[in-house]
Ligand binder design. Structure first.
Ligand code: ARG
Ligand code: ZN
Length: 856
C-alpha cells in the first residue's frame, strides 16, 4: 500500500560502518557486506534490511553463521540480542540481466551502479533509507583485461593484482570518510579513458578531477571538465562551499534512466550530459552539460553533506540544487535568457503536472513508488520556492540563511522544515504562511486589474488569488505570492516610480499608487517572481507597449508571449484571428538593434501548441495547429524582409561556444523557420544549404528541424545524409529519431510507427526510447490523432517497456493522463488505453501508480 509522510519513524538500528567486497563479474557478482550495527534507543526490534531480487547465501552475526533470520516481503529480518553487532551477508547478483538500470548493471561492456532512490537494496541487504548514514570501505575485484579501471566513492586506498591462482584478476580499495546514505553509493568497473584536471580550493587543497569515458570519446570531455572547474569556483564564491575529498570522478555511461547522479566523489552521468564537440552537440547540449555538471557537483553540499531524512523531503535537495544550478548558468551568459528558458520549461512540464491527475505538493504526502516523484514539481517548482524565499529575504538574508543551514545540518539527514526554519532564524522573517507552498499543490492564479483616476492622480491595482483544487486537496488557503510590480507611462514610456515587491498574502488586496498623472501600464510578476498564472485585463496595445518599453527583459518577453497567446486563443475560439498586434510587436523587436540576439530569438518564438492547449478548457489540437501555423505564416510573409535580414546578417564563421555566438546561431535558425513558414519558394534550398555548409551541430540541426517539418525533396536527402554521417553515434542518432517525432507534418504518426521498427530503435536504451516515444507524446497534434492511433502506440510501447524498465516507462505516461481536456471521443480512447495498461498482468508498481492515478 501507499507510504505516508506521517508514518516516519527513526531507524531502529544505525550502521556506523559498512564494509563491502565485490567479486565483480557481469553474469554473477558476489557481494559480501559487513555492517557494524548499533541499536538506536531501547527496544527489542530485530534488524530489518531491505533487499530486492536476491537471496541471502549466508548470514553471520559477530562472525558466526546464523539461521534464525527470515524474509518478510522486501526485508531480511535478523533477530539480535545486544546493542552492537557485526552482521555479514553474502549474495550473488547478475548485472548483465539488470534491464531496469537500478542497482549494479552493465552498460557498453562496463559495470556501473545507480542507487537513488532504492536501488542499493538490489545490490545487497541494507537499511536502504536516506536517514541511515554509514562510513563505507569498499573492495572491488575484477578481471584485469575487461575491467582495468575500478572506481568507488571517496579516496583510493590501495590496489594490486590478485594472487596467481585467481587468473588475471586485480583489486582496488576505496574509502569514503564521509558518512552517507546508501543511495549515494557507487562503483564503476570498466575499460575507460580519463581526462584529468586539478582544482585548487579556496583553502589551498588540490583536488584531482577525472572525467572517465570510452577511449574514443576522450576529446568530447573538455567542455564538461571546464564546466566542473567553473562550478567548483562558483560554489565557493557564491555559497562559500568548498569541496571536501582529494578526488572527484565523473563517469559517462550510455544507458541511464535520467540525467546524472551525485554519488559522493563519483558522479555517474548519462553520456548525453558529458560528451560534446561542435560537430555532434548543439549549443543547447553544451548548456545542458554545464548545467547538469554543476547540478551534480552542487549536490555535494546540498544533498550529500546534508541529505534528506526521508523521500518526502526530496525537494530539500533537488529544489535547492536546481535553484543553485540555475544561478550558476545565469552567471555564465545572459541571465535574462536563462530565466526565459527556465520559465518556458516550468510551463511546459510543471504547470501541466500541477493541473492534471498527477498533481502533488512540493513535499508530497504519500506515494506508492518514490521513483514516480522525481518530477518537475519536486525539481522545478521546488526551485521556484527557493527563489521566492531568496526574493523575500534579499541577497544578504538569503546567504545568511544558507550559511546557517549548511552549518546547522552538516552531516545530517534534514527536512524541508529545517531549511525554512534556518531561513527564518537567519533573517528574522516570518515564513509561517509561506510554508503552504510546500503542502498545497496547484498553480495559483492571480487576477490583476489596474484602474486609473486621472483627476486624482491615483492608480488602483486590484489583486485576487485563487489556488485551484487538485487531487485530494479540493480547498486551498491563500498563499504568499511575491510579485514584483512596476508602472509605466502609456504616453511617455517612462517608469512611473520604482519597482515594488508586493507580498500578496490575502485572497484579495488593493494597492494604491499616488502621483500617477499619466495613463499607467501594469508590469507585473517581473522576472517571474512567483510561479503563478497572471490573469490581467491588459489590452493588446498595452502588451505591445510593454514588449517594446519594459526595462525588465523577462517582462518584455512575457508581454509578447501574452499577446501571442491571447491572439492564438482568440483565433482558436473564433476560427480566425487578428494578427496585427503580434506582427507589429515582432517587427519592433526585430528592428531593435539594442537587443541581444539571443533575447530576440526567444521573444519572437510563438508559444508551443501544447501551451496554447493548456489555456483552453477543451483542447482542439487541429484547430490550435491551424491557428498557430496561420500566425507563423502571416509573420513569415509580412516580415519577410526582416527575417531575411536577420538570417543573412547573423555573423557565421567557425564555431565558438560563447553567449554572443550562441545568440546569433539561435536567431538565425529561428529566422529560417519563419522564412519556411512564409511558404517562400527558396526556403528548402536555403535550409539545405545551411544543413550542408554547417561546421557545427547547432546549425545542422536547426536546418534539419525546418526541413523535417516540410515535404520538400531536401527533407529525405538531409535525413539520409544525417543518418549516414552519424551512424553508430548513439547520441546523434537520438536526435535523428527525435526530430522526426517532433515534426509538424500530417503523417508524423505513421512515420513514428515505422521508426519504432527501425533496426536502430530499441526500448533497452532509455535515451533512444525517450527520443522517439517521449518526443511523440510531446507532439500535441500528432499524438492526439482523432483515430486514437497515437494513444494505442504509446500504450503498446509502455507495456513492452515496463517489462524491461518500469521507471522509464512510467515517466513517459503523462500524455495519456490529459484525457479530461479533450473531446468525448478522444477522451474515451485515452481512457481505454489507460485501462488496458492498468489491466496488464505483471505490471510494475511504477506504471500502475501513474496509470491508475491518471484514470481516477
Ligand atoms: N539525484 C539525481 C539528480 O537530481 C537524480 C536521481 C533520479 N532518481 C530517480 N529515481 N528518478 O541529479
Ligand atoms: Zn539533483
Amino acid at each position: 500500500g501507499p507510504i505516508s509522510r506521517h508514518d516516519y519513524r527513526p531507524p531502529a538500528w544505525l550502521v556506523p560502518d559498512t564494509r563491502l567486497v565485490f567479486a565483480l563479474d557481469a553474469a554473477a557478482t558476489r557481494v559480501t557486506a559487513t555492517l557494524s550495527v548499533t541499536r538506536n534507543g531501547e527496544h527489542g526490534e530485530p534488524l530489518r534490511l531491505h533487499g530486492a531480487g536476491q537471496e541471502p547465501l549466508a548470514v553471520r552475526v559477530d562472525g558466526v553463521a546464523v539461521n534464525d533470520w527470515r524474509i518478510e516481503g522486501e526485508q531480511l529480518v535478523v533477530p539480535l540480542t545486544g546493542a552492537t553487532h557485526s552482521v555479514e551477508t553474502e549474495v550473488v547478483i547478475a548485472p548483465e540481466r539488470n534491464t531496469q538500470l537500478m542497482g549494479l548493471y552493465a552498460s557498453g561492456g562496463n559495470l556501473c551502479t545507480q542507487c537513488e532512490a532504492e536501488g542499493f537494496r538490489r545490490i545487497t541487504y541494507f537499511p536502504d533509507r536516506p536517514d541511515v548514514l554509514s562510513r563505507y570501505r569498499v573492495r572491488l575485484e575484477a578481471d584485469k583485461v575487461r575491467y582495468p579501471v575500478l572506481l568507488a566513492n571517496g579516496d583510493p586506498v590501495d590496489a594490486g593484482d590478485m594472487p596467481g591462482e585467481s587468473g588475471g584478476r586485480h583489486w582496488a580499495e576505496w574509502d569514503d570518510p564521509f558518512p552517507k546514505p546508501s543511495y549515494l553509493f557507487a562503483l564503476v568497473a570498466g575499460d575507460l579513458a580519463v581526462n584529468r584536471g586539478t582544482f585548487t580550493t579556496a583553502s589551498g587543497r588540490t583536488v584531482a578531477l577525472g572525467i572517465w569515458v570510452r577511449a574514443t570519446d576522450i576529446e568530447k570531455t573538455h567542455h564538461a571538465l571546464h564546466a566542473l572547474k567553473l562550478s567548483m569556483a562558483w560554489d565557493e564564491r557564491v555559497y562559500g562551499r568548498e569541496y571536501d575529498l582529494d578526488v572527484f570522478n565523473v563517469v559517462a555511461v550510455d544507458d541511464f534512466n535520467f540525467g546524472a547522479m551525485e554519488n559522493k566523489g563519483l558522479n555517474i552521468f548519462n553520456s548525453r550530459y558529458i560528451l560534446a564537440d561542435p560537430d555532434t552537440a548543439t549549443d543547447y547540449d553544451y548548456d545542458g552539460i554545464a548545467a547538469v555538471v554543476a547540478h551534480e557537483y552542487f549536490h555535494n553540499w546540498s544533498g550529500n553533506r546534508i541529505t534528506c531524512r526521508d523521500w518526502f523531503q526530496l525537494s530539500l535537495k533537488e529544489g535547492f540544487t536546481v535553484y543553485r544550478d540555475q544561478g550558476f548558468s545565469a552567471d555564465q551568459g545572459s541571465a535574462a535568457v536563462k530565466r526565459i528558458e527556465d520559465v518556458r520549461g516550468l510551463r511546459a512540464a510543471q504547470f501541466p503536472e500541477d493541473a492534471g491527475p498527477l498533481a502533488h505538493p512540493v513535499r508530497p504526502e504519500s506515494y506508492l513508488e518514490i521513483s514516480n516523484f522525481y518530477t518537475a514539481t519536486i525539481y522545478n517548482k521546488g526551485a521556484e520556492l527557493i527563489r521566492m524565499i531568496a526574493t523575500i529575504l534579499g541577497p544578504q538574508g538569503f546567504r545568511a540563511g544558507t550559511d546557517l543551514y549548511f552549518d546547522r545540518f552538516d552531516g545530517t539527514a534534514a527536512t524541508c522544515e529545517d531549511f525554512v526554519a534556518c531561513m527564518e532564524d537567519a533573517s528574522g522573517r516570518d515564513l509561517a504562511q509561506f510554508r503552504l507552498w510546500y503542502s498545497q499543490a496547484g498553480t495559483p492564479r492571480v487576477a490583476a486589474s489596474l484602474a486609473h483616476e486621472a483627476g486624482e492622480g491615483r492608480a488602483t491595482l486590484r489583486l485576487a488569488q485563487h489556488v485551484p483544487g487538485t487531487p485530494g486537496q479540493p480547498d486551498k488557503q491563500p498563499m504568499v505570492l511575491p510579485l514584483k510590480i512596476k508602472l509605466f507611462g502609456g504616453e511617455t514610456g517612462r517608469a512611473l516610480g520604482e519597482e515594488q515587491l508586493v507580498l500578496l498574502d490575502q485572497a484579495a488586496s488593493t494597492i494604491v499608487f499616488d502621483g500617477i498623472t499619466e495613463r499607467p501600464v501594469l508590469s507585473i510578476n517581473r522576472g517571474f517572481s512567483a510561479p503563478v498564472i497572471i490573469e490581467s485585463d491588459r489590452s493588446a496595445a498595452e502588451l505591445g507597449f510593454l514588449s517594446a518599453h519594459d526595462d525588465d527583459p523577462f517582462a518584455r518577453y512575457e508581454a509578447m508571449q501574452q499577446l501571442m497567446l491571447d491572439t492564438l486563443v482568440a483565433a482558436v475560439i473564433e476560427g480566425d484571428g487578428d494578427h496585427a498586434a503580434v506582427v507589429t510587436a515582432v517587427a519592433n523587436t526585430l528592428a531593435d538593434r539594442a537587443l541581444d540576439p539571443a533575447f530576440v530569438a526567444e521573444a519572437v518564438l510563438l508559444p508551443s501548441e501544447s501551451f496554447v492547449g493548456d489555456q483552453l478548457a477543451l483542447v482542439d489540437p487541429d484547430a490550435i495547429h491551424r491557428a498557430r501555423e496561420a500566425l507563423r505564416r502571416d509573420l513569415g510573409m509580412r516580415l519577410a524582409d526582416q527575417w531575411r535580414d536577420a538570417y543573412e546578417q547573423a555573423p557565421t564563421g567557425p564555431y565558438v561556444y560563447s553567449p554572443a555566438a550562441k545568440g546569433h546561431r539561435r536567431l538565425r535558425s529561428v529566422a529560417l523557420s519563419y522564412i519556411a513558414a512564409s511558404g517562400a519558394a527558396d526556403a528548402a534550398t536555403i535550409a539545405f544549404r545551411q544543413f550542408e555548409a554547417a561546421d557545427n551541430m547547432t546549425d545542422r540541426q536547426g536546418a534539419l528541424n525546418t526541413l523535417a517539418n516540410g515535404y520538400a525533396d531536401e527533407r529525405e536527402a538531409a535525413l539520409d545524409i544525417f543518418y549516414n554521417r552519424y551512424a553508430g553515434n548513439g547520441l546523434v542518432i537520438d536526435k535523428w529519431f527525435q526530430t522526426q517525432a517532433l515534426s509538424s507534418r500530417d503523417d508524423t504518426g505513421r512515420l513514428v510507427a515505422e521508426l519504432a521498427r527501425h533496426p536502430d530503435f530499441t526500448l533497452a536504451n532509455p535515451n533512444r526510447a525517450r527520443s522517439l516515444i517521449g518526443a511523440y507524446g510531446a507532439n500535441q497534434r500528432a499524438f492526439n490523432a482523432a483515430d486514437g492511433s497515437g494513444y494505442r502506440f504509446l500504450a503498446d510501447q509502455l507495456i513492452a517497456l515496463d517489462k524491461l524498465n518500469p521507471q522509464t516507462a512510467a515517466k513517459l505516461l503523462p500524455p495519456l493522463g490529459r484525457w479530461r481536456r479533450f473531446d468525448e471521443k478522444r477522451s474515451a480512447l485515452m481512457r481505454a488505453e489507460l485501462q488496458r495498461i492498468v489491466a496488464t498482468p505483471g505490471l510494475s508498481r511504477d506504471l500502475f501508480e501513474q496509470a491508475s492515478k491518471s484514470l481516477a
